[in-house]
Each structure stands twice: as structure tokens, then as C-alpha cells.
Design a protein around this ligand. Sequence first.
Ligand SMILES: *Cc1c(COP(=O)(O)O)cnc(C)c1O
Length: 413
Amino acid sequence: MVTINENYLKLKAGYLFPEIARRVNTFAAANPDAPIIKLGIGDVTEPLPAACRTAMIEAVEEMGDRATFRGYGPEQGYEFLRDKIVEHDFQARGCDVTADEIFISDGSKCDCGNILDIFGHDNTIAVTDPVYPVYVDTNVMAGHTGPVQEDGTYEGLVYLPISAENNFTASIPGQKIDLIYLCFPNNPTGATATKEHLQDWVNYAQANGSLILFDAAYEAFITDPAIPHSIYEIPGAKDCAIEFRSFSKNAGFTGTRCALTVVPTSLKVTASDGTSVDLHRLWNRRQSTKFNGVSYIVQRGAEAVYSDEGQAQVRELIQFYLENARIIREQLSKAGIQTYGGVNAPYVWVKTPHGLSSWDFFDKLLQTCNVVGTPGSGFGAAGEGYFRISAFNSRKNVEMAMQRITDKFKAEV
Ligand SMILES: *Cc1c(COP(=O)(O)O)cnc(C)c1O
């Protein structure tokens, strides 16, 4: 008889986005002419930078010539890309990361989940609340939690609440945690972490033998020079942190697929027999067994992000989305609605007005403004009373959506 991984049965049945779709579809069916604008999903809307497209076209041509054709590439990624990443993303910021510590992959989402392959099942695991759901669900699938509870949290995980009261940065836990997921700039709250805050985490990790899983998918949106882009800007982080990065949100690669994970060669964990084990070696073994690399064409496209042209084009993309975020923040403030984030991140985290629940505000925005966002409660219990608005959209849609909201709410608040 076939058995299944019954941990999957513990998952809350993909609640958030299907429920949004259900409510939007019901509303659209009843109001077929309603001009609905979706500011809900965390996907980019603007086309790929020209530098990346040109590089990929050239790479396609190389693949058509016997002399330059490439088959399987190195599992860790081509050196031409890892060298550029190290130079621009790390060494230029004073981070002592080397090319052999970089693993190119087809996405940070996959890496965040796959990384659990190299860890045991007895770790104490902490996530923030609200949180990027991938961190939680992959731990549920791996059997690291008990069943889901009444409030939507899973038994066995440690939830660190983040809200306006703590500036959306979790306080350092009093208990011992083994694996800690941190995401800055944050999805969904748009919050960033100061050097001091990250230093507190690194100090905690060093004192407790913990490992930080640092998701820097939105680092390109940081405009404040005082905010660190990488956990490795923090002294000591190379002994206690893995970092995930992606070309999805900076260069619009959500549909092209390229990301990277940094596993420092200095990361050691003690095995049950007392021997010191190198995490880099385990991850390399995992990747070279279960992964065959990212397409040569796509890696050439990612490399072009680091050309002068590519850098200028990526900056332009980021500025475009950040300008959307500015419009969202300013218009909502004008309407008397409190916002957070959206300065060094493409997400604006909204405090729902009049004490409305996240879903009540969702329904109200949909029905009165025909605007779709994401209920904060969908990212965790502590997201209740908040709402995420994404800056990933056309300028026209953002302006129209905000105009409708100010027209509706100015009168009320
Ligand atoms: C979008 C996003 C990523 C990137 O995922 P990819 O698989 O590389 O597209 C990673 N982490 C967070 C929090 C994200 O929102």
C-alpha cells in the first residue's frame, strides 16, 4: 500500500490566495463592469531589462553553434556569474564572501524550502508573525511541526510577533532557538532592519549556537545608505548565517528564474557523534544530487544585471516601483489611513481604518473602490488589523486605485 507524507495533510488548505480569488470572482460575477485593480500579488509587472534580454539572445545563439554549445553546467552555477555577484553584491559592501560560497539556483523560494534537507528534525524553529508563508509551510511539510491550532499557528513553531509597537522587528527571544528565519526588507510589512538590530541577532546566534536563514530578496529596494543589504555586513555573520537572494524582484526574473544562496565555508554544525560538520559541504552534496543547475541562457541574463547598462536599468526599475510605493503611501495618508513600509521596500503595510478586521477591509476596498489587496491576517495571526498593498503594478493602475481610495475614505475618516 502506498503511504503519503501525512505532514501535507496538516497544511491549512492554501487559504489566503484562493480565498482572495474566490471573493474577487464572486464580486466580479455580480458586478461584471467593475474595473477591478489588483494590488495584491507579489509579482513584478514591468518587462525584463534590455541588457538581460540582449545577453540571453546572444546565449541562445551560442547554444545553436557546435563550437559554443553548452550541456550540463556546473551544479553550483557558472563562475562568470558567481564572480560578478561576489564583486558587486558582497565585496563592494565590505562583505568577505567568495565565489565558492555562492550557489546559483532557480529561485529563493525553492532554496528556502530545500535548505531544510540538510537539517535535523529536532531543531527549535522561529519565524516572525506575520511571515512569508513559505518558511512555515516547508517546515510543516518536513514534519517539523504539530497540527495547526485554532489561531492558525502550528504547534511546535516559535512565532515572534512583529507590529507597529516593535517597529516590525522582533525582539530577541529569551529562549534558545536553533533556526531563525529573518526577511529584510520584509515581505509583507515592508520593514527594514538596522545594523544594530541585525547585530543583536548575530550576537544571539553566536551565543546560542543558532543559525539565521536570512532572506534578502528585496535588498535592491533599500535606498537608505545606513541600512545593510546583506547579513554579512554584520561582523560574525559568516559563522551563523545563510543568505538567500534572488533576481526576481530586482531584475524582474520572476518568470525567468534565477537566484542564489550563500553558504559560507566557515559555517559549522556539530553532528550527534561530536564531529564538526561543514554546512557548505552538505548543501553542495544536496544540490549536486538533486539539482542540475540553472540554464546557461538565464545565467548569462543574470550576469548582465551587473553590466553598467544592466545596473542602470535595474536602478530604473526599482525607482519605478518605489515611486509607486510613494504614491500609495502619500495618497493613503491623505485619506487618513496609517501606513508603514513602502520606503525601502515595494510593499506598503496598512493599518486598517476604524478597527476593521483585515478581511472586512478587504471586502470594503473591493466593493467600494474595486481595489484588491492582501489581508494581513493571511500572513499570520499578528497581521490581523493590517493589509498589504503591493507597488508592483503600472503607474496608471496605482494612481487610479489610490484616487478611488482617497475619494472614498477622505470623506469618512
Ligand atoms: C519574491 C520572494 C522571494 C523570491 O523568490 P524566487 O523563488 O526567487 O522568485 C523570496 N523571498 C520572499 C520573501 C519573496 O517575497
